[in-house]
Design a protein around this ligand. Sequence first.
Ligand code: PRP
Length: 185
Amino acid sequence: MPERTQTGPSDVSRVLVSTDQIQHRVGDLARQISKDYEKAEKLLLVGILRGAFIFLADLTRKISVPHAVDFMAVSSYGKGASHGEVRILMDLREPVEGQHILIVEDIVDSGQTLEYLYRQLQTRQPASLRTCVMVRKKRPSLKVPIDYLGFEIPDVWVVGYGLDYADHYRTLPYIAELKGVGSAK
Ligand code: PRP
């Protein structure tokens, strides 16, 4: 059988967030979320496919208050496209009016995806709307709040913990800079 191309640690130039750091931080975020939503009757975590599925899987198992999980999938018309050029590929199963919505994202880069989703979900009259993001590239212009943030990272191409490059590297347990790709995701 021909050998398949392997992708792994040799492709990354430096680890930015280690496996231990991620797991500790997910625990911290889950504790804070559990405390903040202690009295909330209907908490819904909305994971944004595809990148957020690993973060969401860890987070949901550590949150100690009752909650449900659903997913959305979106596509941008190309990175660097002007603001708002995002479309929904897969929507939530049910209306979310009156529910406490927590958007769960793996990364905020330009902010285009999160800003679009936030505006979309806001129109559906949730009881509250917050955001939880694993890593964020610092952008002065982000127009929506990040209520729960894992880590701030430099503006380099990162992979691992759900983040991909051409569908590779998503399952690395840490977040690392990819070799030879340069900045801008
Ligand atoms: C990534 C990531 C976010 C978005 C962030 O998704 O999962 O949803 O980009 O970028 P932005 O802040 O510049 O909008 P991607 O389009 O790579 O799809 P994927 O999650 O399916 O890999």
